[in-house]
Structure formats: C-alpha cells, structure tokens
Design a protein around this ligand. Structure first.
Ligand SMILES: [Zn+2]
Length: 413
C-alpha cells in the first residue's frame, strides 16, 4: 500500500476561503441550508470536484455526490463527506472539515494519479443542521430511508418557505432518487464538539458509535394552598415530587456511570409564587447511553420511581416518552480501518462514542459506516468561536485518507 500524504496548507486555505461564504464578523459562518450562500458554496464544491475529473450527481433532496472512478467499476463506492451548511452562529469546522478534508483526500490522490480499487465518492449532505428546516440530518435521513422525499419537501422554515421550494430556487433539485447510489462504506471526519480529546491531549477520536437518547415529559399535579396556613402534613406539593424525581434521575445516571447521563433541564412551576404551595409542575428528562439495553434499564427505574414518589406525596402524575433515538454501533471493519490509519500516521487516539447526532448515524443503517473525530478548542461548537488548529485539521484528513486506503485493500486482487 502506497504512502500518500495530504497537503495541510491546501486544506487550510480551502477551509479559510470557503469560510468567507457566509463569514460573520466574529469569525464564524452563517450559511443556512438552501440559501443563496449555500448555493455559492455548492457551486464552488462542484467546480473543485469537476477540476479533479470527478462527475458530480445531485439527488432529489440536494445531496451532492462527486465520484472518482476506481480500478473496478463493479464495486460500490467508498463514500467520505459531511455537510457544508452551518448554524446561524456556526463555526468554520462543524461539517465543513469533513467535506473539505474529503476533498483534500481526492486532491492528494489526483496529484499522484493514485487509483483506489473501489470508486471514491465525496458527499455533501443537505440540511444536516436542521436549524432552518427541522429535523436535523434531513438529507442523509432521506438517503437512508428514515424520511421520505415528500416529508422533506413539506418542511417549512420560520418564514413559511418550504424545503421543496427552497431547493428549486437555488437550482439544486437533482434527478437521482435518494438512496439509489449504494455505498460500500462511509467515513465521516468531524470535529468532536466536546472537550475529551483536548483534555486528554489525544489527536484522534476513533468513533465506535452514537449514543442512544430518550426524552420524557412529566407532569405532576397537587393542590395549590397558602404556605402560611397549611400544615406540612396536609400539603400536596407538586414541586416536592419533582425535586425527588430530579434527584432520582441523577442517581439513575450515576448507577450506570461512567457512560450514562441523565438531565432535567426544563422545569415549569405553577403558579410560581413564593407564598403558594406549587400545585403543578411540568418538567423534562433526558437520558443518554451508548447501549439501548442500559437505556431500557434506566427507563424502567424512572418509571417505577415516578408512581412511588407521587404516591408518597399524594400527587397525580402523567409521563410521556417524546423521543427515542436508538444507539448506533459503527461497523467494526470501518472502525478497524480508522484505528490502523491513525496508528500509521502516528497519532495518539482514544475510542469514543459520539454524544451528538451526525449524518453517519443514519448512513450506518444502510452501509458500513464510521466516523473520525479531531479536537476542537474547549469543546466549543455551534458557536462562531469554534476553533480547530491547522495541525488538527490536517491530522483528521490524513487519518481519513489512511482509513480509506486501508479499507480499500480488501478489494485488491
Ligand atoms: Zn456537523
């Protein structure tokens, strides 16, 4: 297997050049999906890929696929990529690094005339951020069959513009049926968006999966009464019940440490007056863990705690599960390719599970998939101050290249 080395300066220059499309005064990017700024960066992306001799296809939800042929046209392509859309106060690296890191991989192979066995496909997914059109990861979700095209087209932004109309207006409604091009595998390079790699001084996160997530909404109802004239033994205090459940949520997460997290982040108390015993409380619970079986156990504990606590105090309760996003386990062979690629480049790494959602989480449902993380300063993301160094960007792109070459070895005769 030949040693190929990416060009760090060229990668950095591309990151900084495209950051001007939607660049903000504070050094971030505001490039919402399917806006004219998105069209500009898509046009740039297409022209750069075509300059390498790639053919660029667009599917009906605007996902872009640039193909570089391999030695064998009978093989499904190895895909690399991420997203070029950003949050309204987004940084320069979230998503963009995965696409431009992939472009740097293509450019490096092009310079040397290197041919992979399988075709290589660089992807720009539409509307990963979900900030203009909810939900997030819409383009990859349609590709993977999680959503259908009609659902995507019907999404509306806050001005009432539909996704389907926005895509037509920037000229990126393609012909290809989403999902019609099957991948042999996909590798997504991304910034960590958390503080672990930086804290441990590791250059690369070998991502083994995406944690599962469950959201619940709870309501407790007691009786409002005067705080001065109602004795303690005659109260039904809904906030007291909430407090006990909140404490239990924390315990449940700790009982499944270190990977479990449990949070009550939103509480509404009624009537929220200092001299009225709270009669009604609405609050949310957010449980996350890399293993669905553990999430199931955590849910079981919560569901037995709620009636017990409500009964002690004499409260009525209701509980609804409002979101259940299963854990994703990435493909062992893709993970192994990343691990070997990291070792070959000589970087310190650690295995990790993604705390955030990514396009790769949906693609993993239809193709062997994994991700590569590099650090970002202070773990800060979805923020204009998001920062990853030129060395970290280069490390990510080099590991991406090594992982693709490693995975491609299986197809050599
Ligand atoms: Zn992202």
């Amino acid at each position: 297997m030949q040693n190929l080395t990416i060009n760090p300066q060229r990668l950095w220059d591309s990151l900084m050049d495209t950051a001007k499309i939607g660049g903000t005064e504070k050094g971030g990017i505001c490039r919402l999906t399917l806006t004219d700024l998105d069209r500009q960066v898509r046009d740039w992306f297409r022209s750069q890929c075509e300059a390498l001799g790639c053919t660029v296809a667009v599917d009906q939800v605007g996902n872009m696929f640039a193909t570089r042929p391999g030695k064998r046209s009978d093989l499904s392509p190895i895909a690399i990529g991420s997203h070029l859309d950003t949050q309204p106060t987004g940084g320069k690296f979230d998503g963009v690094l995965g696409v431009l890191g992939g472009l740097e991989v293509m450019r490096t192979m092009h310079d040397l005339g290197y041919e992979t066995n399988a075709p290589l496909m660089l992807v720009n997914w539409t509307n990963e951020e979900g900030s203009r059109f909810a939900p997030a990861m819409l383009g990859s979700g349609v590709y993977a069959g999680v959503f259908d095209r009609a659902f995507a087209d019907s999404r509306e932004d806050r001005q009432g513009v539909k996704f389907g109309d926005a895509i037509e207006s920037i000229g990126y409604r393609g012909d290809a049926a989403p999902g019609s091009v099957k991948f042999g595998a996909m590798f997504e390079l991304h910034i960590e968006q958390g503080p672990i790699l930086e804290a441990e001084k590791k250059m690369v996160g070998v991502v083994t999966g995406v944690q599962g997530m469950r959201w619940y909404e709870l309501e407790l109802t007691g009786r409002e009464a005067h705080t001065g004239s109602t004795p303690m033994n005659l109260r039904t205090n809904a906030l007291l019940g909430a407090a006990r459940i909140i404490d239990r949520v924390d315990q449940i997460a700790l009982e499944h440490s270190p990977s479990a997290v449990g949070t009550v982040g939103l509480v509404e108390v009624k009537p929220n007056s200092r001299n009225v015993i709270p009669g009604h409380v609405f609050f949310t619970v957010d449980f996350r863990h890399p293993d669905d079986a553990v999430l199931e156990a955590m849910e079981g504990k919560l569901m037995s705690a709620i009636p017990a606590i409500a009964k002690e105090i004499g409260l009525e309760f209701s509980v609804k599960k409002v979101w259940d996003s299963p854990a994703v386990r990435f493909d062992p062979e893709c993970i192994s390719a990343v691990r070997k690629g990291t070792e070959k480049a000589g970087f310190l790494s650690r295995d990790m599970v993604s705390g955030a959602g990514h396009d790769a989480a949906y693609i993993a449902r239809v193709a062997p998939t994994t991700m590569i993380f590099v650090p970002c300063e202070g773990g800060l993301s979805h923020n204009e101050a998001e920062s990853t160094t030129p060395e970290e960007c280069a490390a990510g792109a080099q590991v991406l290249l090594n992982a693709v070459l490693e995975y491609d070895q299986r197809f050599s005769q």
